[in-house]
Design a protein around this ligand. Structure first.
Ligand SMILES: Cc1cc2nc3c(=O)[nH]c(=O)nc-3n(C[C@H](O)[C@H](O)[C@H](O)COP(=O)(O)OP(=O)(O)OC[C@H]3O[C@@H](n4cnc5c(N)ncnc54)[C@H](O)[C@@H]3O)c2cc1C
Length: 415
């Protein structure tokens, strides 16, 4: 193995592979390496469907080897320490690898330790998460016999912010079809003050909430999960409010409220990986400090950061990565040719495919200012208004997007 590369990429996930593949498409002789420890690459967006038995988990996983673009060196190791002053990265096995340009995309990690009791409770008994084990979500849904089905999310940023409510809509559909809906109260508790930040999407989702008779609780900051007593504990924000009240069991303990549940689905708190949080690359938020238009590091000009680990003020999704990569690739090509940065800017585009029933979906696409920005290409699918539920959007989620992911995006084709 060499110990110097023109472009060194950290992470072989959605962002790392897409970047390396697009770079190689621009110049097949470019000297690119990826540091990535995992044997497998996952298509995580389908985990929502796995949670309700609408997708096979095995199909979301492919060998990492099969995804590393041709001609790119795979360094199967963990990146551990950054030395930006000498343009090197040290790996866990002790190699020091040098670069001209560095792309940092190691994703994020689950941090259940930030919620009291969650490390012990997660994926045990009736506590499940599509973020950690979507097949277990399906087991929990099947074993649920009625009572309070609680869906919740943490106060930290999370990847795919819509995922904690998507599984709720799908679960409601499943409860209906399996005859469990009648004896069930469905509760969604969130720290936020609205169901979704993009107005036309929020309007549709409130109609879904009404149709499905869901109890919404806003201003609920998750602070504890008691997996013995099945209670989720919250500290209440000033903007606490409730919509469509249901008389579920609530325990008051000083400033805290506990919701007793018979099943709980949650997104665990999430954070940048420890080696990033402790590196010179982060700002006070502990995410990689990058310019929000170019994704160039704010201090080290030959370093770029993207994907879930980047401190960008938009939703952390694969869809966002899809729009970030071409900007970084163009800038890298120009910098390598000593031409300076291009005018191309990332506008914060992200998207969230909100499945609202088995067979229906709404597609939230938006920018840094939460403007609704639907892709004109949706017209080709005969979808006139993607802020409304549509069965064709479900087909997009279940069949078209996984196909495009594996066959186009991972191959460096900008779709
Ligand atoms: C349940 C769920 C539903 C989702 N739904 C959607 C959706 O519908 N639409 C959508 O667009 N997005 C969705 N996402 C989010 C999407 O999967 C992520 O935003 C996307 O994968 C981010 O890409 P990334 O490359 O930053 O991180 P990842 O794809 O997670 O890849 C990070 C890579 O870095 C590697 N790595 C970690 N540490 C190191 C290290 N020390 N050294 C080297 N490599 C390291 C990891 O092994 C991994 O391969 C969903 C995610 C989940 C969990």
């Amino acid at each position: 193995m060499k110990n110097k590369y023109t472009v060194l990429v950290i992470g072989g996930g959605t962002a790392g592979i897409m970047t390396a593949a697009q770079l190689k498409k621009k110049d097949k002789n470019l000297d690119v390496a990826i540091i990535e420890p995992s044997e497998y690459h996952y298509y995580q967006p389908a985990w929502t469907l796995v949670g309700v038995n609408e997708y096979d988990y095995a199909k979301t996983r492919r060998s990492m080897q099969s995804q590393i673009p041709q001609g790119v060196t795979w360094i199967k190791d963990y990146a551990e320490k950054f030395h930006p002053e000498k343009n090197t990265v040290t790996t866990r096995s002790g190699s020091e690898i040098a670069y001209d340009f560095l792309v940092v995309a190691p994703g994020l990690v689950m941090a259940p330790e930030l919620v009291e009791g969650l490390t012990d409770a997660l994926d045990k008994g009736v506590v499940c998460s599509n973020y950690t084990d979507p097949e277990n979500t399906w087991r929990v849904l099947q074993q649920f016999k009625g009572g309070t089905a609680l869906f919740t999310q943490p106060t930290t940023p999370i990847k795919c912010g819509g995922a904690p409510q998507k599984i709720m809509y799908l679960a409601e559909d499943y409860f209906n079809k399996s005859g469990k809906r009648k004896g069930t109260d469905i509760v969604f508790a969130t720290a936020g003050s609205v169901i979704f930040g993009v107005k036309p999407i929020a309007k549709t989702l409130m109609e879904v909430v009404d149709r499905k008779d869901i109890n919404l609780r806003f201003g609920y900051n998750l602070v504890g999960v008691d997996g013995q007593e099945n209670i989720a504990w919250y500290e209440m924000a000033d903007h606490e409010k409730e919509y469509n009240h249901k008389d579920v069991k609530v325990i008051i303990d000083g400033k805290r409220k506990g919701i007793k549940f018979d099943m709980l689905h949650l997104a665990p708190p999430q954070a940048a990986p420890k080696f990033i949080r402790e590196s010179p690359l982060v700002d006070e938020t502990k995410w990689i400090s990058v310019d929000k238009g170019t994704m160039q590091h704010t201090r080290f000009k030959n370093i770029f950061g993207l994907g879930d680990a980047a401190g960008l003020p938009t939703a952390k999704t694969g869809a966002a990565v899809r729009k970030q990569v071409p900007v970084i690739v163009e800038n890298l090509m120009r910098l390598m040719a000593a031409k300076g940065l291009s005018d191309k800017r990332y506008d914060g585009y992200s998207s969230c495919p909100l499945v609202t029933d088995i067979g229906k979906m709404v597609l939230a696409e938006f920018d840094y200012d939460n403007n609704f920005t639907p892709d004109p290409k949706l017209k080709q699918l005969l979808i006139r208004d993607s802020s409304k539920e549509h069965w064709r959007l479900w087909m997009l989620k279940k069949y078209i997007l996984p196909y495009l992911y594996w066959n186009k995006m991972m191959k460096g084709i900008d779709v």
